[in-house]
Each structure stands twice: as structure tokens, then as C-alpha cells.
Design a protein around this ligand. Structure first.
Ligand SMILES: [Zn+2]
Length: 347
């Protein structure tokens, strides 16, 4: 399964090559052109069906290849590794997790003091990353340095598997779910009414960096960001509505911390979904940020919207998503691309 291989590949921000190679292998036969820019974005082009227009409309769909994780910052005399976080991670989710260090995937464990030795006060405290270390089994700095070096990336060693109810668990669904959906879209029908730029971006998790230069280069007329987004549809103390609901369909962003979605594109998605009976939901506004936050500011501005697969336990070592939400995102978007010309100003 495509989502499985993408989820199990390692590609932290600034080190997306493994994921990119995997995607490249999948899309090469599906697109008319592809290139890798200087930051590492993979920009693909599937040409439109109509050949009449001098400059066909350009639609950019972005999905980011990078994932959150850790980076080795120091090696102790004892051989243990100190690390920093790459992207937004909650310290509480890290202790006792199995990780893979460096491109050779050296296995290690994020060490924790056993409960037997914790003082009463410590049991109620959050252990922060600067008090943690990674144990790869070595007992000296020299021994560690034969396997690992400073600056090595550290990914979670989470295997993908199926759960009950059409759900799956794995790591990095933010945003490998978006990457997989974009590949599915490129696999679909012959061509769309506009030039489709499928852009697999880098360094989203540390400030939407890849999308910024990719949008400048592509110069799109419309843009969509595919995401794996926050889903907190779990028991709560108060009766608060969740950000998104697992199984509720693709989640359309109205606004997040990085942009306000283009109202015409939101309307197009909603009308397309309703006309074709594709389940959808709105993501609770003002939560998170996406590549659309950079793309909509490219050049003279680009009408943009983000559509996402809800993911529980996002930005942690293991996430859960519903395959039906994933399929509904692909379905909704392939229909919306066909309906998009209704937005074009008449000549
Ligand atoms: Zn994301």
C-alpha cells in the first residue's frame, strides 16, 4: 500500500530525499514533466486536456514531504545522544519511544528514569527534551561516533498497520497522507481542464519554507494544499466541538493561523461535494498553519484553500487516520478540478 511505504520512509525537514525518491518512482510515468528545485521541492506537471489557450490555467496542489522528529546535537562521554526537536513535538509523547538515527537507521530508545526511582514531585512533572537522551546501546563516545554523528536526523520507528473500522496507524501521516492523495490524483483520469502542478514540498514543518519558493516558480492561478490535519474527536471534559472528526470526510479549511481560504474555492469544494454526495467537513478555524499560508502570498497573490485528511495524535510518534477520509479527499479533489473552469472569468 502506497500510504504504508510513504509512512515508513524517513524524511525530516531538510532531509526529504528518501521520501522524494519514493514519490518520484510513483509519478514518473504519470506526469509530462518533473524537476527538483534547489531547495528539494519535487515539482511535477500534468498538462491540461485543451490545447487551445495560449497559457492554460495553472493549478498547484501542494503536499509536504517532511515530517517532525529529532536531530542529534551532542554525544555524551557515556555514548548517549542529546537531541533537539525538528518541528512541533510535545515532549510528553517522546519518552520510551523507539527511534531510528541517521540515514543508516541505527535503532535507539529515548531513555527514561524508571518509575521506581522517581521522587513524588517528579511523577507530576513533564520531562523536557533537554533532560532526555537517546540510548543506541553503546557505552562510550568513540563507540557511538562509529555509528552516529552530530546533525543526524532521528525518526520514529513506527510500523504502519491496519486497525478496526477502516482505520490505519503509522507515523508521519502529516503529511504523507497528503502526498499519497496527490499521487492518487495524478494517477486518475487522463488529464484535467487546467495544467496541474503536483508539488511535493520540503520544510513545511519548520516554517512553510519549500512552498514559498515553489509557488513563486510555478506562478499558479489557483492553489490547494493537501494536509494531514488535527483531529481531536475524543472524550473531553467540556462539550467542545472537535477540530475535525475521523470518518467525517475531507476537512476544508476556512481559515488557519497562516491564511484565510479563498471563498470561491471553498464554495467550489462544498458544491462539488454536495452535488456528488462526497462527505466533507469544515476544520475548526484558526488551528495550525499550512503551505497555503505561503502559496497565497506568492507574487501578486494566489487564491488558495487547504483540504485535509483528519489525523488523530498528529505530531507524535504514531497517528491514526480513516481510509475513507483519504479516499473522499481524492474523490472530492478530482471532481473539483473538473468543475474548476466555472470560476474562470469569461473571455
Ligand atoms: Zn502538515
Amino acid at each position: 500500500m502506497l500510504l504504508q511505504s510513504l509512512s515508513e520512509a524517513c524524511g525530516l525537514s531538510g532531509n526529504e530525499a528518501e521520501v522524494r525518491n519514493l514519490i518520484l518512482k510513483e509519478v514518473q510515468g504519470l506526469v509530462d514533466e518533473h524537476r527538483i528545485d534547489s531547495l528539494g521541492n519535487l515539482i511535477t506537471l500534468k498538462r491540461c486536456s485543451s490545447t487551445g489557450a495560449a497559457r492554460p490555467r495553472r493549478v498547484m496542489i501542494a503536499a509536504h514531504m517532511d515530517e517532525v522528529g529529532l536531530m542529534v546535537t551532542h554525544i555524551e562521554k557515556s555514548g548517549h545522544l542529546r537531541f533537539s526537536k525538528v518541528g512541533g513535538l510535545d515532549d510528553r509523547t517522546l519518552l520510551s519511544k523507539v527511534v531510528l538515527v541517521g540515514n543508516d537507521r541505527v535503532p535507539g530508545v529515548i531513555g527514561a528514569k524508571p518509575i521506581h526511582l522517581l521522587k513524588e514531585k517528579e511523577r507530576h512533572q513533564v520531562v523536557e527534551t533537554d533532560q532526555m537522551y537517546i540510548d543506541i546501546g553503546t557505552s562510550s563516545k568513540e563507540e557511538t561516533e562509529r555509528a552516529v554523528k552530530r546533525g543526524d536526523y532521528v525518526a520514529f520507528a513506527t510500523r504502519f498497520s491496519r486497525l478496526e473500522g477502516g482505520l490505519v496507524k503509522g507515523k508521519a501521516f502529516d503529511d504523507r497522507a497528503g502526498c499519497a492523495a496527490l499521487i492518487e490524483l495524478l494517477r486518475g483520469r487522463g488529464s484535467y481542464p487546467s495544467d496541474l502542478y503536483g508539488v511535493f514540498t520540503v520544510q513545511e514543518e519548520i516554517g512553510l519554507r519549500g512552498a514559498r519558493v515553489a509557488a513563486y516558480a510555478v506562478e499558479p492561478d489557483y492553489a490547494f494544499a493537501f494536509e494531514g490535519t488535527v483531529c481531536d474527536d475524543l472524550p473531553k471534559k467540556k462539550d467542545l466541538s472537535p477540530t475535525t472528526i475521523l470518518g467525517g470526510g475531507a476537512a476544508i479549511t476556512l481559515a488557519d493561523r497562516s491564511f484565510f481560504a479563498d471563498k470561491r474555492l471553498v464554495k467550489l469544494l462544498v458544491e462539488t461535494a454536495e452535488k456528488n454526495g462526497v462527505p466533507y467537513q469544515f476544520k475548526q478555524p484558526m488551528v495550525g498553519a499550512t503551505d497555503a499560508g505561503r502559496i497565497h502570498l506568492a507574487r501578486e497573490g494566489v487564491p488558495s484553500v487547504a483540504v485535509a485528511v483528519p489525523c488523530r495524535y498528529i505530531h507524535s510518534p504514531v497517528n491514526i487516520l480513516s481510509l475513507s477520509d483519504f479516499e473522499n479527499l481524492v474523490r472530492l479533489m478530482s471532481l473539483a478540478l473538473v468543475a474548476l473552469p466555472t470560476l474562470w472569468p469569461s473571455p
